[in-house]
Write a protein that binds this ligand. Structure first.
Ligand SMILES: [Mn+2]
Length: 306
């Protein structure tokens, strides 16, 4: 098994092409492929923000359809499906067209302005993307691998039809769909105790912090280590093991994206968790991890491009 796993691209096709070529992929009849048959895997969030969203989608879908790549859905693809699918019962769309939503999606809308038919075809393609990949020796998901959620998806997920979109976008949903989709595509969050909050990048006060779900449970683990944006005063509190404190415990490596990491060089989060999102859309870099499984042993190596 030989794979090259790419982090969130967000329309940065230049960096993607440089890395594909560095990994040995060659463009034949327009489609990148590897002479030794390596396969690319994309962790989702192909769209929004960057300068070459349309080209990114063409390159990736062509590779996937020719059998040279696999793709999982990111929250941006899921949001796009919801944004563009009319809500037949209550009018409007499954994702409201508020300014905040439009702002997140605007580069994609702009770049497809004169290619609406093509965009419709990409939306149909998004709907077919799997929410996770289990390769036995390793796993791939956009944001978080909770074995219970993956099991739920395996038993219940039959594609993004309207019933699924309705439940997945409904914060009041009690069927479990909303939570599974949110946490798989956007990661898990921790509710801060009464009186604590932090300001997000838009300056909005929030009481839900993203957790580093990949850190193993330990009595010594503090909230300062476990939470993104841990508010002052809580840093030294124990992270705990309660409902809010999920810790991935399987001994199978998970590759994922989503977290906008800022490190100057890719680092493994834990022996069993490898985040590949280093903020290419925010002056960071695109990261690829080349994975080789030979006789049951897995070797991996990072490459990156600013
Ligand atoms: Mn994401």
């Amino acid at each position: 098994m030989h794979y090259d796993i790419f982090g969130d691209i967000h329309g940065h096709a230049d960096q993607m092409e440089i890395l594909l070529q560095r990994c040995g992929y060659k463009r034949k009849q327009g489609v990148y492929q590897h002479p030794q048959g390596r396969k690319a895997i994309f962790v989702g969030d192909l769209i929004d923000r960057g300068p070459r969203i349309r080209e990114t989608l063409h390159l990736v879908r062509d590779m996937q359809q020719a059998g040279h790549a696999e793709v999982v859905m990111g929250n941006h693809e899921f949001n796009a499906i919801s944004f563009h699918t009319p809500h037949t019962e209550q009018g409007g769309f499954f994702r409201d067209h508020t300014l905040a939503e439009i702002e997140q999606h605007i580069e994609t809308l702009r770049q497809f302005k004169h290619y609406m038919q093509e965009w419709e075809e990409f939306l149909a393609w998004f709907k077919e993307l799997p929410l996770y990949l289990d390769k036995g020796h390793f796993r791939v998901v956009h944001a978080c691998w909770d074995p219970a959620h993956i099991q739920w998806l395996q038993n219940n997920y039959r594609g993004t039809d309207k019933a699924f979109l309705k439940a997945a976008n409904d914060k009041q949903d009690t069927s479990g769909v909303h939570r599974v989709v949110e946490e798989t595509l956007k990661g898990k969050e921790y509710s801060l105790p009464e009186g604590y909050s932090f300001l997000d990048k838009e300056g909005v006060p929030r009481r839900e912090c993203r957790i580093k779900w990949w850190l193993p449970a330990s009595p010594n683990l503090t909230l300062g280590e476990y939470l993104f944006n841990c508010p002052e005063g809580l840093e030294n509190e124990p992270a705990g093991t309660g409902h809010d404190a999920f810790h991935y415990a399987d001994k199978v490596p998970v590759f994922f994206g989503h977290y906008w990491l800022k490190d100057k060089k890719p680092v493994q989060q834990s022996p069993y968790a490898i985040c590949l999102d280093y903020s290419v859309a925010k002056n960071g870099m695109l990261v690829v991890c080349s994975v080789d499984v030979v006789a049951g042993n897995m070797n991996s190596k990072f490459s990156w491009q600013q």
